[in-house]
Write a protein that binds this ligand. Structure first.
Ligand SMILES: C[S@@+](CC[C@H](N)C(=O)[O-])C[C@H]1O[C@@H](n2cnc3c(N)ncnc32)[C@H](O)[C@@H]1O
Length: 346
């Protein structure tokens, strides 16, 4: 499987335009604050972007970040600006041609930014232990449309768990299916290369994440994907695919359900670019200055991560009031958006 994927991203694709599912890249979905950062990135790097979401969580200044499947480096170079000269970003990818593009433009970006805080490493994301990366040394690990391509997703999650600092997070965008992908779809090299064949059924992903110690995965954003290439439509049948961004905190003590301990948080409005509201995830839009009731898991995610200085905390774990209302097990993704997307990337 690795060789097929390497061939796809190293030899068959030369730019986002070559994707057969019109899979890249709608500039209208890039938030305004990110646009100036992307303007600093070399055009060749941008033209070989194959991601499916945004992997730039807030509050990265000074962070040590790892990008799994960094490709030609668009996200690495965007993150390099966000972490600044006191932070660093490492990109891991297995495909030489992708790494060559990323590496060739390092000097260009160092000149633009005024510092060189990036490094690219060749390797497999399911064998992170073989790379010279210190355990528990990363504040944030990101990945953009890559985990679906891995033949061993459990090993990827285990490696991420090993490399994150306590309180760190895996913040990543990927493609998911509304049901288990049948073998015929998985074995189709084009559908696999296009990030559909290897997509996990969303509930299997949540189980795998749980098994790797990432309890209570939080969905940040999602959008439905439509297959627009008529030749691929009959091969996919009734499967529905979604691009989704999850954040998985490495925090001991998270529970597999949202429990109510009568706690609340108050957002101070101090996270840059988020003066009025902080969105922890799709279901937690926390307004500045308002007492916001939270379950024990949300309390811990804010209290035991880099977000803690930006919140006031009310309550503790000494009392329990039962399950926190509103936790559910249904398909977590929105089936429609105002403008239903037709691409796997943004
Ligand atoms: C869809 S592209 C995304 C690239 C990049 N994240 C971006 O947003 O442009 C997938 C990338 O993941 C890399 N990749 C796929 N499977 C991998 C694996 N098992 N180990 C390391 N890299 C992998 C490919 O070489 C390719 O560069």
């Amino acid at each position: 499987m690795h060789e097929n994927v390497k061939d796809y991203y190293g030899k068959q694709l030369n730019s986002s335009d070559d994707l057969k599912t019109t899979a890249c890249c709608d500039a209208s979905q890039v938030p305004d604050w990110l646009k100036p950062l992307l303007n600093n990135i070399h055009p060749e790097v941008l033209s070989r972007y194959y991601g499916c979401g945004l992997v730039c969580p807030p509050l990265l200044k000074g962070c040590r970040v790892l990008d799994l499947g960094s490709g030609s480096g668009r996200d690495v170079y965007a993150l390099a600006q966000l972490v600044g000269s006191t932070g660093s970003v490492i990109g891991v990818d297995m495909t030489e041609e992708q790494l060559e593009v990323a590496e060739r433009h390092r000097g260009y970006h160092a000149d633009k930014f005024g510092f060189d805080n990036v490094r690219f490493v060749q390797g497999y994301i399911e064998r992170l232990g073989e790379l010279d990366l210190e355990p528990q040394s990363f504040d944030v690990i990101v990945s953009n449309c890559v985990v679906n391509l891995s033949p061993d997703k459990a090993a990827v999650l285990a490696g991420v768990q090993h490399l994150l600092k306590p309180g760190g997070e895996f913040y990543f965008s990927d493609v998911y299916a509304d049901r288990r992908v049948p073998n015929a779809v998985r074995d189709d090299p084009v559908l696999y290369g296009e990030c559909l064949g290897g997509a996990l059924y969303w509930n299997d992903f949540l189980r795998l994440a749980n098994q790797a110690g990432f309890v209570d995965s939080r969905l940040v954003d999602d959008r439905p994907l439509a297959i627009t290439d008529p030749a691929l439509v009959p091969r996919v049948g009734n499967l529905r695919f979604f691009s989704a961004t999850y954040r998985l905190f490495k925090i001991a003590g998270l529970e597999n359900a949202c429990e109510d301990h009568g706690q609340a948080v108050v957002y101070r409005g101090t996270i840059p670019e988020h003066a009025h509201r902080f969105d922890l995830d799709k279901h937690h839009a926390i307004e500045a200055g308002r007492v916001f009731p939270v379950c024990g898991n949300t309390y811990r995610m804010l209290h035991e991560s880099r977000f803690a200085p930006h919140f006031g905390f009310i309550g503790d774990f000494s009392r329990h009031f039962g399950i926190f209302a509103g936790c559910g097990d249904n398909l977590p993704f929105d089936k429609k958006r105002d403008s239903e997307s037709t691409s796997a990337c943004c």
